[in-house]
Design a protein around this ligand. Structure first.
Ligand SMILES: *[C@@H]1O[C@H](CO)[C@@H](O)[C@H](O)[C@H]1NC(C)=O
Ligand SMILES: *[C@@H]1O[C@H](CO)[C@@H](O)[C@H](O)[C@H]1NC(C)=O
Length: 562
């Protein structure tokens, strides 16, 4: 009978191995045989009990936010304030470049206009809004303290150790991986790329320190002393550099503190030299793929199966006449594409027909809530957003939008909307946020785009587009439409999507817009009610809602735009 304790490198715990050797078993007498079997069984059960059921000393974890200061040596002060060594060196500041650097004290000032003829018509009216004005002065203190608290906790939750600045100091004899080392939560990896290139000496030593896991070695190299196996601090030393370097190739890291997506910043040092590198700890994000349908084209515009790839989503409110015109126009070109309608009208009408899903919501639930509901029901790879008063024509080539999303890294691409006047607009917006003080950040929205797109001469890269766009369903769901924006809202979706959505805009895919402007005495009762909800006057609550959301939710203090 053999009882053997063998180290398990993965957990740093001991595993017990008990065997009744077959050959010995043959020679044993029956009494001995059953005794051996009994011992094996009892020992195994006892081990199982100890291993599985005993309370682990680390079974509770502290998930409170860690102090968010980076370790001091990560951000050397002399980067910010010149130290004595450089104090005597003269320099000349280049104002025009200094201007470009982030200042953490943004202001919203409408850009000085040059007073060109037709400036307003061509470039829009310059404006600047301060969001604190929407609150009663007496409420502001309370709102501000709550906003600050929520903002800090959001920052702590969303900050990753990977955001920390790590500077590799010059002349370090240490070799290590700066980026790209990744481990699954609670799993083990070999750390690649560790090494030491030191001048000759009698003893070479390196140490590794982690905070969310332990080190070990997958093999022991002769002539190297290893201390701290299975702990957060590992020390390796020896008189031969080659042996030490060979030993370092066997160093393992085991994550012991569960987190689905974070990183451990490992300190690596020898004598006076110190380095830091990160080991990313995370589950790989699960892909969410959509079956592309039977006849997958992919090669060119003409071969996409639009019904299999695209769902058309819209939101309607008291405008069934317009909705019917939209659906009829879609059916002329796309007879089998699914149409999803979110409807929060008062006197509901059922829209009948194949491939139509109509979802009813409480009366007046709102614009973004409806968009959210409609998009949540989409089961195709792409969703095409349309307003209920749009009309498809021969120029509404959804294939073109599918083609650009299939062939580029864009997540969402807008088309153009042609007004009844013949005027066509793409409503391209560039959005940026400058950091401010604790009063909040500054939002800037400007007409225009960033780049044109190679191979798609009618398309550009921008941040916000018109109400007519095709998007990866998955990405739209990730951003979501804030249901608190119940009457007016559009650009808010793109502001929430900043940093998540890669947005394009193509002017060669055009949808018609049923007339917006109608003489008031010709309006039907429904249209009048619609106008009351949709176009509130500036004193109305909904504009305040919008601005107070910018202020509290997005942590903006003000905005400028044109
Ligand atoms: C396109 O996709 C739809 C829905 O998946 C399917 O019913 C139809 O047969 C497909 N058309 C072709 C030509 O494969
Ligand atoms: C605009 O506001 C005024 C005052 O609050 C209100 O009487 C009026 O009905 C509003 N107009 C619309 C179109 O909502």
């Amino acid at each position: 009978m053999w009882i053997q304790q063998r180290p398990s490198p993965a957990k740093g715990e001991a595993a017990l191995e008990i065997r009744c050797r077959g050959r010995d078993l043959g020679r044993m007498r029956p009494v001995q045989k059953s005794l051996c079997a009994l011992i094996v069984l009892t020992a195994s059960l006892a081990f199982l009990y100890l291993h599985v059921w005993s309370p682990k000393h680390d079974s509770t974890v502290d998930l409170r936010h860690r102090p968010d200061q980076p370790p001091k040596f990560l951000l050397p002060d002399h980067v910010l304030v010149p130290d004595k060594k450089y104090a005597h060196i003269a320099f000349r500041i280049k104002e025009e470049i200094l201007e470009l650097l982030p200042k953490n004290s943004c202001k919203c000032e409408a850009q000085a206009s040059l007073k060109l003829p037709f400036q307003k018509e061509l470039f829009g009216q310059e404006y600047s809004l301060e969001f604190t004005k929407v609150f009663k002065p007496s409420d502001l203190a309370d709102i501000n303290s709550k906003r600050e608290q929520e903002y800090r906790s959001h920052q702590q939750r969303s900050r990753s150790p990977l955001d920390q600045l790590i500077i590799v100091q010059a002349n370090s004899p240490l070799e290590f991986p700066v980026q790209g080392v990744e481990v699954l939560p609670l799993q083990t990896i070999l750390i690649p790329g560790l090494g030491l290139q030191a001048a000759e000496r009698t003893l070479y030593q390196v140490t590794l320190t982690a905070t969310m896991g332990t080190f070990d070695v997958a093999a022991e190299v002769e002539g190297v002393k290893v201390e701290g196996e299975g702990r957060m601090h590992l020390s390796l030393s020896g008189s031969q550099l080659d042996n030490l370097n060979r030993q370092m190739q066997f160093v393992t890291y085991t994550n012991t503190l569960y987190h689905p997506n974070t990183a451990d910043i490992v300190q690596f040092s020898t004598d006076e030299h110190r380095a830091s590198f990160s080991i990313r700890i995370r589950h790989r994000p699960t892909p969410k793929l959509y079956y592309p349908g039977s006849s997958r084209g992919g090669a060119s515009e003409g071969t996409y199966n639009i019904s299999a790839l695209v769902t058309i989503a819209t939101k309607t409110f008291l405008r069934y006449d317009k909705l019917r015109v939209l659906i009829d126009s879609i059916r002329k070109f796309y007879p089998t594409v699914t149409i999803i309608i979110a409807d929060d009208s008062q006197d509901i009408e059922h829209i009948k027909g194949p491939h139509i899903e109509q979802y009813f919501m409480p009366f007046g639930k709102g614009w973004f809530a409806g968009r959210n509901l409609a998009v949540s029901q989409v089961t195709t790879k792409y969703v095409l957003w349309v307003d209920d008063d749009f009309i498809f024509t021969t120029r509404t080539k959804v294939e073109k939008l599918v083609d650009i999303l299939e062939k580029t890294s864009l997540d969402l691409v807008g088309g153009a909307v042609r007004e009844i006047t013949g005027f066509t607009t793409t409503y391209r917006q560039r959005i940026s946020v400058q950091s401010g003080t604790e009063e909040g950040d500054c939002l800037q929205v400007r007409q225009g785009y960033h780049h044109t797109i190679e191979g798609f001469p009618d398309c550009v890269v921008t941040d916000g587009v018109i109400n007519f766009f095709l998007a990866h369903t998955e990405k739209v769901l990730q951003v979501g439409f804030d249901p608190r924006l119940n009457r007016v809202g559009h650009l808010e979706f793109f502001i929430d999507g900043l940093g998540i959505l890669h947005v394009g805009s193509c002017s060669n895919v055009v949808v018609d817009h049923a007339s917006k402007i109608k003489l008031p005495w010709l309006k039907s009762v429904n249209e009048k009610q619609y106008a009351k909800f949709r176009y509130p006057n500036s004193s109305d609550d909904s504009l305040n809602t919008k601005q107070s959301l910018f202020y509290f939710k997005n942590y903006f203090k003000c905005m400028t735009g044109n």
